[in-house]
Design a protein. Sequence first.
Length: 68
Amino acid sequence: MATSNNNKKVVPEAMDALDKFKYEVASEVGVNLKNGYNGDISSRDAGKIGGNMVRKLIQKAENQMIGK
């Protein structure tokens, strides 16, 4: 069953930075991502990457709020 991606990019210019961030986090958690298709990684590994990305983004936002 084919699915379509209906996610709207709020800031399309940020996609390159988020992609780079994804590879940095993957390296930190020990998941080997390759350029292009990564559908062969496990759900657990994908969750590690996404979860750590969210954790770092929240931490950065909280630190900026404290600094103001």
